[in-house]
Each structure stands twice: as structure tokens, then as C-alpha cells.
Ligand binder design. Structure first.
Ligand code: HEM
Length: 486
């Protein structure tokens, strides 16, 4: 079967090459049949190879990830021109096999066309209007901050790994949003769920996942780590289905408690509308999307923020002074405070720029032939608008490879934004959770710095800021944190 598959792929490859002899594709390195350019790409940090190649082939180039053709967009100008100025053409999402497997092809993040439009509009509106439940999102986060403060207090200034603390906290925010409830930090079911989520996301950033995305039919048949993860995904889906069932039993349509209630209400309203995308499969997969896209991204950003504050204690002190002056040590921080904390805002933006959490972006897709800068990008091409190249673009950042909050401050110390800050991407497909993520990062960080000073056992020099691995996401190294009450 495997050999047959390989021969078939080879034939398809040759057929495609013949058909595309006259298409004006963006330039790129020579590719081998089946393997494409895979053998030339750095497995630990693919974006490094792509950045190097863009020096030779320019900001729009073609590479082959196995048999799959991809067009890579490099630098702020090319990425913005595609995602914003030509948004209609570049909105498609690639059918990334791993994401298709997790979501079974349903939900928001992996969809295109009318399904994506309906689910995206609904998700954005529900997130934006989240004043409707018993509590507003800001209050959920403030309450969760207090739980986090209590759990850090309990460490009694003994070094600990902040990873599980931050994961529990951030996952609880998504649980509040989608299920209207938080879980205790010692709830075994919750911890089990987090372990699964973390295993699925770890797999999602591993070389094994990259192979799965390129040769899914082969990896599905081979034994290995992926088989365990497939089982864990079913468990995750089972958890979400159980929660939806509980909601169906207890829903009061006049008083929606959370995202799930809102979706179920819409599902009922549109049960006779044949074009409606509000059905059970889309509900389960959209909830999974929010968990998968909204947990590790935000908690990793917080984890990296603390790492940077350990590395640069003077910056930590400066932020604390600003918080002391504007909020003091007693009052609960709120989003309104953001505009009075320009240095803190600059540090948070710079943390995100410097972390560069999704260096290649989530893959986009040509759902039809696209003309771009005189080239043709044929239908079926994966498009990688490389966020790494924007967040490190030397034409837009004074010191792109250095952590420097001044990137977001004017000469008078006022916060100033920079158009090349595309940590959440841009255009019609940009992150739907941006506002929520910003709220979480700001409120958690400010609340913790209000209550604690942070240090680490080996001092600033022991902190290694380079990622542990960087495939789909940049994953920071583990470190120990000491939280000393102020
Ligand atoms: C998509 C970044 C937090 C939900 C994305 C994309 C990026 C991103 C780069 C891909 C955009 C594109 O395709 O051009 C981030 C970062 C976060 C974060 C850096 C935190 C620091 C969240 C949160 C949620 C969320 C908290 C959920 C509430 C989503 C969803 C998509 C997405 C559902 C897919 C949107 C679509 O396909 O239309 N995010 N995200 N993200 N994000 Fe986020």
C-alpha cells in the first residue's frame, strides 16, 4: 500500500509539473520529486531556512513541503499587501492534516467559504459582547488572577516551574468563556484534561506532526507517538461533548451563560435553515478550536514575559514602579488602566514581538488562482505569510533581534504602536481571540507584579531566552521562578 501510494504521488507530481510549465510561479530553490525541499529545511527552525532563502529569491518565493507547493511571503510589505490589501484573495485556510484530524474538518479555524464566514462572525460577536452572561470576561479574569496569586503565595518563595500554574489559569479563562465555569487547580478531571491538551499541542509542534502534515496517509498507518495522540484527541472531544450535553439539559435560552449556550440557542433558531452552519459538529469543533488556539498561545506568552523580566530585572522594577504609581498595591487592576501604563504596555508588546510565537503563521491557502506582484499562485497552493519576518523586519524595528521596549515608546515615553506588530496576524483571518488574549496578558501580568517580585535561582545570567524548539510554535525553555511577596 505504502509503495503504491508513493508511486501515485510521484505520478501526480510529474503530471502537475507538466501542467504548470506555463504558469508564472514565484521563484524558489530546486525541489526533488516527493521530498520537495524538505531535506534542505532546518527541522528545528524551518523559518530560519526560509528567511535565508528569501535573501536569494526575494520576498515572494515558492518552496515544496514534500509534494505540497507553498508560497512564502517574507517581510512586512509582502505580508501586509497580501493579507490586508488583497484580503479577499488571501483569506483561505489550508487543510492542514493535523488540524483536520483534530476538528474532523468542522469548526472555525480550518474552514473556508460560507461555513467560515458564519462561524467567524458568530465567534467574534459572542466574544465581543461577552457582557451578557452572569459575569463579564474582565471579571472572570480578575477572579482568576486572585486564584493565581493565592497559588503563588502558597509556594512560599520556593522555586517552582511556572508552566502548570499559567496553563491552569489560562485554560480556566477559556472554560469560563465556553462552559461558564472554572475548575479548581486540584480538580483531577481538569488536570487530566490539561495534560491531554498539552500532549496534543506538544505533538502539534513536533517534527512528527510536520511529517504527519506532509504524509498523513503514511503516518496514519505507522506505529508511533501519533497513535497515542489520536486516542487523546478522542478523549478531548469526548470531554467537550459531555459538557455540551450538560448544557443542553440545563439551558435557559433567555439567559445564555456562555459561548456554548449562545451557539445552542442559534442552532435551535436555525434548525430549519438548510444553509445554516449552526449544527452540532461545528459546535464541538469550534469549542475545540478555542481551547487549542486560546490556551498555550496565551500561557506561553506569559511564561516568556516572566522569563524576560528575570533576565532584565531593571525592566521588572520599572514596570512595578509604574504600577505602584498608577494603581497602587491594593486596587484590582482593570483594562482601563492600560492607557495610564505606557511602559507596561510597551513591555507587553515587545514580549510578544520578541517571542514571535507562531513564526510561520497558521497556513493560508489559495482557494482559486491568485495574481500577486506579477506572479500566479495556483489554486491549491499553501501560503505562509511569515510572521517571524514581519516581527523581525529590519526596515520596521530599530533593533529587531534585541528585546527593547523602546520599540513601542516615543521620545516622551508615550506608548506608540507599530504597524509591523502583527503577532496576531492581520486581515480577515487574523486571530479572533486577540482582544481576549490582550486582556488576559495585561491583567495577569499586572496583578502578579503588583503582588510579587520575581527572581530565579541562578540569577539573570542563567536565563537562556532562545527557544527549546521552534517548529510550528516557538517554545521557551523550562525555568524555575521564585515569587517573593512585595
Ligand atoms: C488564529 C495568534 C490567542 C483563537 C490565530 C492566528 C494567529 C494567532 C497568528 C492565525 C491568523 C491567520 O491565519 O492569519 C494568537 C496569539 C495569541 C492568541 C499570539 C495569544 C497571545 C487566542 C485566543 C483565542 C484564539 C485567546 C480564543 C479565544 C483563535 C482562532 C483562530 C486564531 C479561533 C482561527 C481564526 C480563523 O481561522 O478565522 N491566532 N492567538 N487565539 N486564533 Fe489566536
Amino acid at each position: 500500500v505504502v509503495l503504491g501510494g508513493l508511486v501515485l504521488l510521484l505520478l501526480l507530481w510529474l503530471f502537475r509539473l507538466r501542467r504548470q510549465r506555463h504558469v508564472h510561479l514565484p521563484p524558489g530553490p530546486c525541489a526533488l520529486p516527493l521530498l520537495g525541499n524538505l531535506h534542505q529545511i532546518d527541522k528545528q527552525a524551518p523559518f530560519k531556512t526560509l528567511t535565508k532563502w528569501s535573501g536569494v529569491y526575494g520576498p515572494v518565493m515558492t518552496v515544496y513541503l514534500g509534494p505540497q507547493r507553498a508560497v512564502v511571503l517574507v517581510g512586512y510589505e509582502a505580508v501586509k499587501e497580501a493579507l490586508v490589501d488583497q484580503a479577499e484573495d488571501f483569506t483561505g485556510r489550508a487543510p492542514v492534516p493535523f488540524l483536520v484530524l483534530v476538528t474532523r474538518g468542522y469548526g472555525l479555524a480550518i474552514s473556508n467559504g460560507e461555513r467560515w464566514r458564519q462561524l467567524r462572525r458568530f465567534t467574534l460577536t459572542t466574544l465581543r459582547d461577552f457582557g451578557m452572561g452572569r459575569k463579564r470576561m474582565e471579571e472572570w479574569i480578575q477572579e482568576e488572577s486572585q486564584h493565581l496569586i493565592d497559588s503563588l503565595d502558597a509556594t512560599k518563595a520556593v522555586p517552582f516551574d511556572p508552566h502548570p500554574f499559567l496553563s491552569r489559569t489560562v485554560s480556566n479563562v477559556i472554560c469560563s468563556l465556553v462552559f461558564g465555569q472554572r475548575f479548581g487547580y486540584d480538580d483531577d478531571n481538569f488536570l487530566h484534561l490539561l495534560n491531554i491538551l498539552s500532549a496534543v499541542l506538544r505533538f502539534g509542534s513536533s517534527p512528527c506532526e510536520q511529517l504527519y502534515n506532509i504524509f498523513p496517509w503514511l503516518m496514519e498507518r505507522l506505529p508511533g507517538r501519533q497513535q497515542v495522540v489520536f486516542g487523546q484527541m478522542d478523549e478531548l472531544r469526548g470531554f467537550v461533548m459531555k459538557k455540551i450535553h450538560e448544557h443542553q439539559e440545563t439551558i435557559d435560552p433567555g439567559n445564555p451563560r456562555d459561548f456554548t449556550d449562545c451557539f445552542l440557542t442559534r442552532l435551535k433558531q436555525e434548525k430549519d435553515v438548510s444553509s445554516s452552519e449552526f449544527h452540532y459538529e461545528n459546535l464541538v469543533s469550534t469549542v475545540l478550536d478555542l481551547f487549542l488556539a486560546g490556551t498555550e498561545t496565551t500561557s506561553t506568552t506569559l511564561r516568556y514575559a516572566f522569563m524576560l523580566l528575570l533576565k532584565y530585572p531593571d525592566i521588572q522594577e520599572h514596570v512595578q514602579q509604574e504600577i505602584d504609581t498608577v494603581i497602587g498595591r491594593q486596587r484590582v487592576p482593570q483594562m482601563e488602566d492600560r492607557k495610564s501604563l505606557p511602559f507596561t504596555e510597551a513591555v507587553i508588546h515587545e514580549v510578544q514581538r520578541f517571542l514571535d510565537i507562531v513564526p510561520l503563521n497558521l497556513p493560508h491557502y489559495a482557494t482559486k488562482n491568485i495574481s500577486f506582484r506579477g506572479y500566479t499562485i495556483p489554486q491549491g497552493t499553501v501560503i505562509l505569510p511569515m510572521l517571524h519576518s514581519v516581527l523581525r523586519d529590519q526596515n520596521h524595528w530599530a533593533t529587531p533581534t534585541t528585546f527593547n521596549p523602546n520599540h513601542f515608546l516615543d521620545q516622551n515615553g508615550n506608548f506608540q504602536t507599530n504597524p509591523a506588530f502583527l503577532a496576531f496576524s492581520a486581515g480577515k483571518r487574523a486571530c479572533v481571540g486577540e482582544s481576549l488574549a490582550r486582556m488576559e496578558i495585561f491583567l495577569f501580568l499586572v496583578s502578579l507584579l503588583q503582588h510579587f517580585s520575581f527572581s530565579c535561582p541562578g540569577g539573570p545570567d542563567s536565563i537562556d531566552l532562545s527557544p527549546e524548539f521552534s517548529s510550528f510554535t516557538n517554545v521557551p525553555r523550562h525555568y524555575q521562578l521564585i515569587a517573593t511577596p512585595r
